[in-house]
Design a binder for this molecule. Structure first.
Ligand code: FES
Length: 217
């Protein structure tokens, strides 16, 4: 025999379920859900505005670090202009990019070691980038007293590493220079070009070098 009170409870449950499917807009449950919605909208808009402000700033700050360098093989003239075996350097003025104007002007110090081998040293000081000058004992920087020996190794003052060097090649009896690379001093005292480039003031060896990852060039 069916229980009359059980039948009543079932109808109450059904009514309750139906009431759950539709929340009275004036009820507490509906108020919470509106509050959450508005919170979400506010946070979403805040995030969009923050991204709109931050992304361009970060892009301007970091973009140049990831921009590749435009470089060209530059003809420095006939190799006969440099005397083989001469220990001194010849300063050569050139434009880093074709028709680059004043901003592209550079100076490289060229030493002809053998008939076909050249050492081409950058004139950019490895402290803060002032132009160094070549002398009988090596290179000196007029800005803060940085001194380098004839191989470009730092011997005094604040520079953090040897002078950069340009890659070079001889073609049709002319000397060409290409990209400039950071140099480092080996344990045996010799100076070699690394395969990367760093700004002045940034070491290429030791613990501190990890603080200055090399930008692509
Ligand atoms: S920039 Fe050359 S020593 Fe400071």
């Amino acid at each position: 025999m069916a229980d009359p009170s059980g039948s009543h409870n079932e109808s109450q449950n059904a009514a309750g379920a139906a009431a759950g499917a539709y929340a009275d807009p004036a009820s507490a449950a509906a108020a919470v859900s509106r509050g959450r919605f508005l919170t979400g909208v506010t946070l979403g808009l805040g995030g969009l505005i923050g991204a709109a402000v931050t992304v361009p700033v970060v892009g301007f700050a970091l973009g140049p670090s990831f921009a590749g360098e435009e470089w060209y093989w530059v003809d420095l003239g006939p190799v006969d202009a440099f005397k083989a075996g001469d220990k001194s350097y010849t300063p050569v003025h050139f434009e880093r990019t074709p028709n680059g104007g004043n901003l592209a002007r550079r100076v490289a110090f060229v030493r002809r070691d053998t008939d076909t081998a050249f050492t081409v040293v950058s004139n950019t000081c490895m402290h803060l980038g002032c132009p160094v000058q070549a002398g009988s004992l090596g290179f000196s920087c007029p800005c803060h007293g940085g001194q380098y020996d004839s191989e470009g190794r730092r011997i005094a003052g604040p520079p953090v590493r040897p002078l950069n060097r340009y890659q070079s090649r001889v073609e049709k009896n002319h000397l060409f220079i290409g990209r400039v690379f950071a140099s480092k001093e080996l344990d045996n005292g010799s100076v070699v070009m690394t395969d990367s480039w760093k700004d002045p003031g940034e070491p290429v060896t030791g613990f501190l070098s990890y603080l200055y990852p090399a930008p692509p060039r």
